[in-house]
Design a protein around this ligand. Structure first.
Ligand SMILES: C[S@@+](CC[C@H](N)C(=O)[O-])C[C@H]1O[C@@H](n2cnc3c(N)ncnc32)[C@H](O)[C@@H]1O
Length: 285
């Protein structure tokens, strides 16, 4: 492990990484269609060697392994030790018709990957956390074969994503606004501007860059009662940090406000259903 991205390494090995592990099934249920959309764009071929950047708990690595089949190979790389523990346990569940999987605890920005090795590089929301995105994508490109293909997804701005704004607006009725990170700082919205992502990939030497908007319904907490969903929203959702830092006497009032705000988007079958706006990005090495 290097000393780059130290804040993110601490972040993803602390409470946040642990929360992703605790709520793994819930998060996977919500994000799975986005991973499938990126896999369809990437279109890995049978036998490909695949790299999953910021693989987290490893579900997308498993999906990649099933697409490339037993003659392919999948490597998942992540900085979060707790999330990689889940990924490693998933690897044992892969069927005989899946590729072998290996997981690396390493920083994708600086790790010395096998040079010119990977046919396809995939990421579902794992590439917006680099301190130096051009260095990171240059490093990743050096690991891609000459005809290598890259595809990933990331969030469009927070303001067009009600999954972020609806609970946050309700919490802000009672709590102070948290400090806003500077634009483009490592975090979920670092790649909200398509032109910025395009410039990063160009500078890192990629070709055939294609950036497209994707609307996808986010279903959070399928089958759970609303009170349970609100509890999970305040543990892992967009207001987690704000609520964690709130005084004890505001904990329940904030939950009540959030519950009222998200209730119109709740259905006992789907849980919360809110349209999300994303970018899908593909490029060649
Ligand atoms: C939003 S989570 C997404 C996890 C997973 N891809 C998914 O969709 O469930 C972001 C992931 O990127 C990882 N990550 C952040 N910075 C990284 C870096 N420099 N190198 C490798 N992984 C990184 C985090 O540890 C975390 O697992």
């Amino acid at each position: 492990m290097t000393t780059e991205n130290t804040a993110q390494i601490e972040f993803w090995n602390g409470e946040t990484g642990q929360n992703w592990v605790t709520h793994d099934a819930l998060m996977e249920d919500m994000l799975q269609p986005l991973g499938e959309a990126v896999l369809d764009i990437l279109a890995p071929a049978v036998g490909d060697r695949a790299l999953d950047i910021g693989c987290g708990c490893g579900h997308t690595s498993l999906d990649l392994a099933s697409r490339v089949g037993p003659n392919g190979a999948v490597t998942g790389v992540d900085i979060s030790a707790p999330m990689l523990t889940v990924a490693t346990s998933l690897a044992g569940k892969a069927g005989d018709d899946s590729a072998p999987m290996a997981f690396l605890e390493a920083d994708a920005q600086t790790h010395a990957f096998l040079a010119s090795h990977y046919d396809v590089v995939f990421s579902r929301f794992g590439v917006m956390f680099f301190e130096d995105p051009v260095a990171a994508f240059t490093n990743i490109r050096s690991a891609m074969s000459p005809a290598g293909r890259l595809a990933f997804c990331c969030w469009q701005p927070r303001s067009v994503n009600p999954f972020m704004t609806v609970p946050a607006m309700a919490a802000l009725e009672l709590l102070p606004a948290p400090p806003q990170p500077p634009p483009r700082a490592p975090g979920p919205f670092a790649f909200e501007e398509a032109d910025y992502v395009d410039a990063i990939l160009q500078e890192a030497g990629y070709r055939d860059i294609c950036i497209s908007p994707l609307s996808q319904l986010l279903e959070f907490g399928r089958g759970l009662p609303l009170t349970e969903i609100v509890e999970r929203l305040v543990q892992i959702g967009p207001i987690a940090q704000m609520v964690r830092d709130a005084p004890a006497d505001l904990q329940q009032p904030v939950r009540d406000r959030v519950s009222a705000a998200v209730a119109p988007f709740y259905d006992s079958r789907t849980g919360l259903a809110l349209e999300g706006q994303f970018w899908t990005i593909s490029a060649t090495s």
